[in-house]
Ligand binder design. Structure first.
Ligand code: NDP
Ligand code: GDR
Length: 337
């Protein structure tokens, strides 16, 4: 019997939270996994490739810049992928208020370059675009589904609407199998430290380890629909296994405030968040989004995807990982406290 060659996947943003989980998931499915990274990542692997440590020997990394069509074209031509997952982006909403131009440039042009390269070189390759609940922004209905009108409230959100429209246009104009996930917030112990969930769980660990005495936060009343990244990357893969390309909301359907997240995270280490959390008006955003709460019933029906990891389990996993990294046992503290 002749063995089938492994399917080839190309992931942009492989060094990030989602990229690392997706790479692991695809390796588990027998894919040959390639990643696009910035040249500096290859030069400084100890700092920039840490999330990929467990699988470094099993994946192939290619240096390219989201700002250069020529470099993206070259990687696509080298890899000739069967599936392409475009996750690379300036993904921090707050930062998009400080640097609107580079956010729009990397997120819109980067998406356009990759779509164009795939269309020109491997038109049969299936394409995934990392859309976001930030596209709904000032949403006029709760919960949000695939038909909810977009009203982005940051250049990050605007860049994602543009990427979403580009992806749909490549699907409709050129017949590409191009799909977008409209993913609500998803977190994990691999989340970047600038995002509020990881900032809180890392802050709890530092306080529990007596390395810090307070945690400065912005809008505690902001609400989000938080899921676990490990499960959300499976939805990306499922979208590309469908006969037809389409767009899907991926969410838990439950929403919680930042305050609730903080309360639970501190309590898990036997601490009361009110003793440590200090409000910082500088951390409020010029424009906030309305209640973001996703309706993932289309994904449930068509992809058979639904979340399993609930809010409390997510918070606990993140607190425990951050406490362990500092040599603190959170549960022991909680029961002593
Ligand atoms: P991360 O911030 O963890 O990872 C972002 C990735 O993009 C990193 O690999 C980063 O590389 C790369 N990147 C950023 N800017 C550039 C650039 N200018 N050129 C090349 N590469 C760049 O994000 P997540 O893993 O959390 O998210 C993945 C994608 O999903 C993003 O597009 C994000 O906007 C989107 N998304 C995320 C959600 C979430 O809740 N996590 C929800 C909805 C959408 P480097 O390591 O070199 O910085
Ligand atoms: P978000 O995530 O903007 O939803 O984007 P983030 O964790 O940054 O903010 C969530 C909410 O928390 C409030 N908040 C704070 N946020 C940060 N970062 N730091 C603070 O100190 C703080 N205090 C309160 C914010 O105001 C906000 O309301 C994430 C990213 O992953 C995007 O790439 C993705 O598209 C969306 O989720 C869905």
């Amino acid at each position: 019997m002749i063995a089938m060659p492994a399917r080839r996947a190309l992931i942009s943003g492989i060094t990030g939270q989602d990229g690392s989980y997706l790479a692991e998931w695809l390796l588990g499915k027998g894919y040959e996994v390639h990643g696009v990274v910035r040249r500096v990542a290859i030069e400084d692997p100890e700092h920039r490739l840490t999330r990929l440590d467990p699988i470094r020997g099993q994946i192939k990394l290619h240096a390219a810049s989201l700002e250069s069509y020529a470099s993206i074209h070259q990687v696509v031509a080298q890899v000739m992928p069967d599936e392409c997952y475009h996750l690379a982006a300036q993904s921090f909403v707050s930062y998009s208020f400080d640097d609107e131009f580079s956010t729009l440039n990397a997120n819109i042009n980067g998406t356009h370059y990759l779509l164009a390269a795939v269309k020109n070189i491997v038109p049969g390759c299936r394409f995934y675009f990392a859309g976001s609940s930030e596209m709904f922004g000032k949403a006029d209905e709760v919960p949000q589904n695939e038909r909810t009108r977009f009203h982005p409230r940051s250049t990050y959100g605007i860049s994602k609407v543009a990427g979403f429209d580009l992806t749909r246009n490549y699907r409709e104009a050129y017949g590409m199998h191009a799909s977008s996930g409209i993913l609500f917030n998803h977190e994990s112990p691999r989340r970047g430290f600038e995002f509020v969930t990881r900032k809180i769980t890392a802050g709890v660990a530092r306080i529990a380890a007596d390395k810090s005495k307070e945690l400065r936060l912005g809008n505690l009343d902001a609400k989000r629909d938080w899921g676990h990244a490990r499960e959300y990357v499976q939805a990306m893969w499922l979208m590309l296994q469908q006969a037809e390309p389409d767009d899907y909301v991926i969410a838990t359907g439950a929403t919680h405030t930042v305050r609730e997240f903080a309360e639970l995270a501190f309590a898990h280490a036997g601490l009361d968040y009110r003793d440590y959390v200090a409000p910082d008006p500088d951390l409020f955003r010029p424009a906030e989004v309305n209640i973001l709460q996703g309706d993932a019933s289309k994904a449930r029906k068509k992809l058979g995807w639904e979340h399993r990891i609930g809010f409390e389990t997510l918070v606990r996993e993140m607190v425990e990982a951050d406490c362990r990294a500092l040599g603190v046992e959170p549960r022991a503290r909680a029961s002593a406290g």
